[in-house]
Design a protein around this ligand. Structure first.
Ligand SMILES: [Zn+2]
Ligand SMILES: [Zn+2]
Length: 309
């Protein structure tokens, strides 16, 4: 988390010292000022979304929660599956967490970092030192979205400044004086860091958007792949149409999608499905009753996902 803060501070300093200051004449034109305003909007959204993603709890399963519609037989079977350390994707209509000693609502998984079951768990993110779950998923998405735009933009500006230096010899003011030398050092350091971070952020952003369009979390993506392997015609139960998938996380108006306003109201315990378009407590996300696939227990499963994110 602190490394993200430090990176934002260094990049913002590099923007003013290396790009804006040496070319003040350009930035004072209408075009230059408009670009600077848009860039600061991006930075502002990035910082606010980051703050909210870090400080908003992801939403935890209340201790002692029991699915209200489950039968005693289902509750006992869920405990037995948890003890065995295995569960069946389709058969696990009711799931139990041995660590928390509670049943899990649909789309909730145990996070070993937080030592709790998290609602609509996506993954535990080291960058924000928090779980990404039901309540802060929108803030996390906006954070990586604006971070990817900001980094890509700044990277292009740095490359343009290098080009000006090489071609015209004056990209950093007077490179031979002390200030010019410090600008070059800051510029090179920030550009090298930006190459790796921009590639990582843009890839992560594209990946997160693709699973948002399908209403799948990073954790659930693996389950969906298992299902598709068995039956390519199978459909994901929570995929209720691209627009509604996005709206269910980002909000119901286009403006809300791009600003860190609170996500749509809900409990995080029930979700609309393809069949009913009504919230449901059924927890098997897969609409394909004849397939029974055995996978690892949730605890192992979550930690495997966390290693890859
Ligand atoms: Zn748990
Ligand atoms: Zn966590």
């Amino acid at each position: 988390m602190y490394s993200v803060c430090a990176f934002i501070a260094v990049s913002y300093a590099a923007l003013w010292l290396c790009d804006v200051w040496p070319h003040a004449d350009y930035w004072l034109t209408y075009t230059g000022t408009a670009k600077l305003v848009i860039l600061h909007w991006v930075v502002c959204m990035l910082v606010v979304s980051f703050y909210l993603a870090v400080n908003t709890p992801p939403g935890f399963v209340p201790r002692g929660w029991v699915p209200p519609t489950a039968t005693q037989k289902q509750l006992d079977a869920a405990k037995e599956e948890a003890r065995k350390g295995k569960r069946f994707i389709v058969a696990s209509a009711v799931r139990y967490c041995l660590t928390c000693g509670t049943y899990k609502p649909p789309r909730a998984y145990h996070c070993s970092n937080c030592s709790a079951c998290v609602l609509r768990l996506d993954h535990h993110c080291q960058w924000i030192n928090n779980c990404v779950g039901y309540a802060n998923y929108k803030y996390f998405l906006l954070f990586i979205f604006y971070a990817a735009i900001g980094c890509a933009w700044l990277f292009c500006m740095h490359i343009a400044a290098f080009y000006t230096l090489i071609v015209h010899g004056n990209g950093f003011g007077t490179p031979t004086d002390a200030v010019g030398f410090l600008r070059i050092i800051l510029h090179i350091v920030d550009t090298v860091i930006l190459i790796a971070i921009t590639i990582g952020l843009v890839s992560l952003c594209v990946w997160q958007m693709s699973i948002l369009f399908e209403n799948v979390t990073t954790v659930e993506h693996r389950e969906k792949n298992y299902l598709k392997k068995e039956n390519k015609d199978a459909v994901w139960k929570y995929d209720i149409g691209k627009m509604e998938n996005i709206s269910s996380v980002m909000g119901h108006s286009y403006i809300e999608w791009f600003v860190p306003t609170p996500p749509p109201k809900g409990t995080g315990m029930e979700y609309k499905t393809r069949d009913t378009h009504e919230p449901t407590l059924a927890s098997d996300g897969l609409k394909c009753s004849h397939i029974k696939i055995e996978i690892d227990s949730d605890d192992d499963y979550d930690s495997q996902v966390q290693k890859t994110v």
